[in-house]
Design a protein around this ligand. Structure first.
Ligand SMILES: C[S@@+](CC[C@H](N)C(=O)[O-])C[C@H]1O[C@@H](n2cnc3c(N)ncnc32)[C@H](O)[C@@H]1O
Length: 287
């Protein structure tokens, strides 16, 4: 077996995401974001929160809820989250449901920090379900199987913010691991990582700090996205998956909306158009 690639340079992005989600009503985001200090890798401007700042918060808030929307349709009590970063969906679901078994995973350093945050804020004091926070490199198929064996019965696998850090071969490998698992035990895969490459015009409009440009280039994020939604569908089909459902964004109910509306340029204010689609969240089934 070739040695596993080190993905730890991706982890700082989880801090940036949490700092943005701290401005939303995503469970536990406010209090955990308050524990984050110092620089973050996207060079976000928290002083002067302009339209682009709130648009991004909107995107990540919407992406978060898109997974919950599809999860609700599965009624699943066994959930494995890959590359969860500083997201606390698992704790939230285990707070609400004593029958839930949620295994929340990310790379070891992220998991250690997250465990520390949970301890500091005593976030797990009311947990009724079985919440486990474990280190897992999603590309390590043997470790993946070990984590999976902690469940009995069908499992729903969820992730957001991982596939754009994997090249084509790595995406195929992960699909293979997930496909094998779902075929064996049943369940489905909900991924919010169906991102399509941006047009040159879109790239030119979106402001990016130097540190974000460097991060994006270092991790080949644009190249790792899909060429189109059709190409993504074809890719998953070739890996043995069928798209069962796509989440429907519900922009008007997002907690970030009042902030975004305050800074919305006049021409957009009167538009009935939703924001341009840059990503989709799909429920996939292994066929
Ligand atoms: C952009 S963050 C997303 C975090 C979280 N899902 C969210 O949306 O807030 C990317 C996360 O992927 C994790 N990651 C990157 N490569 C990974 C791998 N091979 N296995 C598991 N986690 C990985 C990083 O540690 C980081 O937490």
């Amino acid at each position: 077996m070739p040695p596993l690639k080190d993905f730890s340079s991706v982890s700082p992005s989880a801090k940036s995401l949490l700092m943005m989600k701290g401005y939303t009503n995503i469970p536990y985001a406010k209090q955990t974001a308050a524990l984050m200090h110092g620089d973050e890798v996207f060079g976000l401007n928290f002083e002067d929160k302009d339209f682009w700042f709130w648009i991004r918060v909107m995107h990540f808030e919407s992406r978060y809820w898109s997974i919950d929307q599809l999860l609700q349709q599965t009624d699943s009590k066994n959930i494995l989250e890959l590359s969860s970063g500083f997201s606390f969906r698992g704790l939230d679901l285990c707070d609400k449901d004593a029958g839930m078994h949620y295994i929340d995973t990310d790379l070891p350093e992220v998991v250690a920090l997250k465990q520390d945050m949970i301890g500091q804020l005593q976030l797990d004091k009311d947990v009724r379900g079985n919440f486990e926070l474990l280190p897992l490199n999603a590309m390590d198929a043997a470790a993946f199987d070990q984590v999976m064996n902690r469940f009995s019965g069908p499992v729903t696998i969820v992730n957001e913010g991982l596939l754009m850090y994997l090249n084509l071969e790595e995406k195929k490998q992960l699909c293979h691991t997930i496909h094998r698992t779902l075929k064996q035990r049943g369940g489905c895969w909900i991924t919010a990582d169906v991102y399509v490459q941006r047009s040159a015009e879109m790239m030119a409009t979106l402001p990016k700090s130097e540190s974000e440009k460097a991060f994006t280039e270092q991790h080949h994020i644009e190249e790792n996205k899909f060429e189109s939604y059709d190409a993504a569908r074809r890719f998953f089909k070739e890996q043995g998956f069928e798209v069962v459902q796509e989440a429907e964004p519900n922009y008007k109910d997002l907690s970030v909306m009042p902030q975004l509306l305050k800074v919305l340029p006049e021409e957009m204010r009167n538009s009935k158009q939703p924001p341009p689609k840059i990503q989709a969240t799909w429920m996939l089934r292994a066929v």
